[in-house]
Design a protein around this ligand. Sequence first.
Ligand SMILES: [Zn+2]
Length: 236
Amino acid sequence: MERHIKLLINLQEFDSLILEKQLVIKEIPSKISEVEVPLKKAQAALDKLKQIHESLEKKKRDKERKLDDINEKITKLKARSTEIKTNKEYQAHLKEIESVEKERYTLEDEILIIMEEIDNSSKQIKLEEGRLKSEKDKVEAFREKLEREVSEAEKELLALREERAKIVDVIDKELYNLYMSLIESGKGIAVAEAKEEVCQGCNMNIPPQLFVEIKRNEEILQCPQCHRILFYRSDS
Ligand SMILES: [Zn+2]
């Protein structure tokens, strides 16, 4: 095989690997945001539970304030008992106390129910906090794994670029320029295999005469369709 064809194949192999590593690095942020979806859901669920919890606490405080008012009212009413002169007045007074006390019992019952709801809500919050924690741990572990992958890929990239530079040093400058413009137009593939009269770069047929010439691997020949540089692998 002609030396430059060999160099180009080699260069393409390095560039394909470099592209692959670059892609790995580029895809990291979207992979992280993907794994963060359940975490965000758990956080939203917890926020909602906490909101409900807070409104329950507020409801309880309001009722307790009302209860204080009622207790005060009862105390005042009872204090007035000594001022009552007639039996009729006394009966009315007792009735009033009774009615306010009834109000108090209702309020106390309501507070008990709210306390139970608060208790349940606390349990739910604890559960959701546990779930959030496990989601956070998962994301963190995933992020660490990806960060290791990135630093690995970056190390490999560095080594690949060094090897690539060695080829660029010895390759014909004009040929290298052609190669680079084909990399640009060929979406990262400038050198393609010609296999069974088909360009593996664009999958179009290669004219038989051209294919015969390509099979010799003696000169730089390009696909008539995609212009990629073609070579023939004799062992395939
Ligand atoms: Zn082609």
